[in-house]
Design a protein around this ligand. Sequence first.
Ligand code: ZN
Length: 508
Amino acid sequence: MMSRSLTAALQGVDGSLVTVEADVRLGLPGLTIVGRAAGAVAEARERVRSALSHCGHELRPRKQVVNLAPADVRKDSPGIDLAVAAALLASHEIVPSTVLDRVLLWGELALDGQVRAAGGALVVADTARRHGVSTIVIARDNADEAALIPGLEVLAVSSLPELVAHLRGDRTIPAHVRSPGEAIAPRSPDMADVRGLATARLGLEVMIAGGHNLLLHGPPGVGKTMLARRAAGLLPDLDDAAALEVTKIHGVSRGRVASDLIRRPPVRMPHHTVSVAGLLGGGTPVRPGEVSLAHRGMLFLDELLEFPRACLEGLREPLEDGDVTIVRASGVLRLPARFQLMGAMNPCPCGYLGHPERVCIDPATAVARYRRRLSGPLMDRVDLVVPIVPQSGDAPELPEGESSAGIRARIDAARDRQRERLVGTPWRTNAEIPADAGAIETHCALEPPARALLRDLVRIRRLSPRAQHRLRRVARTLADLHADRDPTAAITADELAQAAALRCLPDA
Ligand SMILES: [Zn+2]
């Protein structure tokens, strides 16, 4: 008898519905799984057979064929085990086959029939909802994660006998009620500890307020990493849609059970020895890279110019499009990767060029070669370039800086002003306003004195049209950070001048 059950296949952070068909026919006894089973699914045969037998369900000594449809989708998660077992049980008439069309099953089987958690539960649950499947049967350890999807009935199982009893109507599993997740609010260090560094502090605030990318440059040990660590506490909370996207990505990546939606934007700080696949994503099965793990948050690259060229080149696509393409033998996959980039670099290979007390030991040619690694296309996406100047040793102790709470309040208000002004457009922050004269003129209008100043800046600094657009976006954010400014008023000359000061490339 032929029977069917439903499960899912994972492609990056998306899922698709998979139908498991099981058929028992005359022929040499054995279990065969077909339909692009790869990786862990190739071993499902052994796990499922052993689990069934351990729970007292020997397969008939016939030929058993399990087909995973559609055949063009690769299935490589062990989460498919539970659906394979259910389809086989139905084909042996141990459970009624009719109950299996309305539920999606997800869980890995241990050899003794226990049901184990499998990665990507949130993606799988979302797949069920999107395909109108109202119920998901899932490993108990994945149940809280699946229950994050609204409107989906979640049935948690610990073992195969529990599932069999439920499907036969002997003992109904009640719908899972999510245990409230403990609010994990990772406390990041406070901006109050950052003394001095006024320009860098302003750069960071403008970056986060307007969604811009920022490059800090200065000698080692002046506080670039210290600022990056504090940026985490300044980023605004994620809204529902963004929180679901971020939680899905991190669930797939870690196979970790999320007890609640991730509400705080992620901050990722990969080391410059990271591989291209580690940064951009890749592998089999595909794992999201750092750019995707930083989705809706911040990617901090310290020692930016020490990253391999392929990594820096690879950042262009996510910075332009907000996602990253991963090419594999089995096809092309796109993963979300919309993040704010914060880079930090030394002014030269040894780090001390321009330092008030130390001497740079690099020949001019080495410095030039080093700087050339800052590629034009990458810098095109960086609106803010800010120097960090070391404090000289005999300067008096500086007072504490403003606390993160105060800065965060200004950032949240500035984000509200941008949303209000950009309502009806696909953009939410000033940094997203495209480099197109019409859009810039509409959303970053200049007062007449500001327009005159821009003409002077274009002449003196030889600003390209793209550079002018960058300047106007940053000036717009500076205006949005002032509570007393009308969010629709044009940009002033002061704001434009301040924006120009926030793009200061290292001297040659
Ligand atoms: Zn040097």
